[in-house]
Design a protein around this ligand. Structure first.
Ligand code: IMP
Length: 197
């Protein structure tokens, strides 16, 4: 099985993605590789940030690796918070601060359409390659559920009656932005492995 480093310090993401790549790829975390420190995320697109994070790891290890970047895009807010989703309520804010700001921004708003979009950048032998996933839904008026992270308690995916934070991880992974982007990565890696044999 091939080894890939996943460029994230987010333990929830690591758990989600490791679960999906089980038996296909041997995932190593930054901590396992002894890589410490905050990875820069200063680009103004999801693709740019995913590349920046993966490149940071590649420059330090020379090993194949990947990174993801996700944005919550709210229609009534012109696509905000988008690439700034992590810092929506300010530097070093909590997930709860972000949700509070989002609910306040949408107070009284009828159009609550939103999507999550993930871009994964895989760096293989120094070459970047991109994979994308998206899920559409609405922003709820209050929090529901305790699972997941980030904006999960207020995101209701289309065709579901529960928020992301009320779903078992396998169900979220099967429909989520990151789940779909990882699925595209899995398909590529599986194909690639076949042609290498
Ligand atoms: P990142 O840059 O990919 O870490 O994602 C930016 C921000 O989007 C995170 O800090 C979370 O607030 C939010 N986010 C990313 N993925 C999810 C998810 O699966 N559910 C809810 N929020 C998420």
């Amino acid at each position: 099985m091939r080894t890939l480093i996943f460029a994230t310090n987010n333990r929830h993401k690591l758990q989600e993605v490791s679960e999906m790549l089980k038996g296909i790829v041997d995932i190593r975390s930054l901590a396992e590789m002894g890589l410490e420190g905050d990875i820069p995320e200063t680009a103004d697109t999801l693709q740019g940030n995913a590349l920046q994070k993966a490149q940071w790891v590649y420059d330090r290890t020379g090993m194949d690796c990947f990174a993801d970047d996700t944005g919550l895009e709210v229609e009534a807010l012109g696509g905000a918070p988008g690439v700034y989703s992590a810092r929506y309520a300010g530097e070093h804010c909590s997930f709860d601060d972000n949700i509070d700001k989002l609910l306040a921004a949408l107070d009284g708003e009828i159009n609550r359409r939103a999507d999550f979009r993930t871009v994964i950048c895989l760096i293989e032998n120094g070459e970047p390659r991109y994979f994308e996933g998206r899920v559409d839904g609405v922003i709820l008026t209050e929090r529901y559920g305790k699972e997941g992270f980030g904006y999960d308690p207020v995101f209701l995916p289309d065709r579901f009656a529960v928020s992301f934070a009320e779903m078992p991880l396998e169900v979220k992974n099967s429909i989520s932005h990151r789940g779909r982007a990882v699925q595209a990565l899995v398909e590529y890696l599986s194909e690639n492995q076949k042609t290498k044999r």
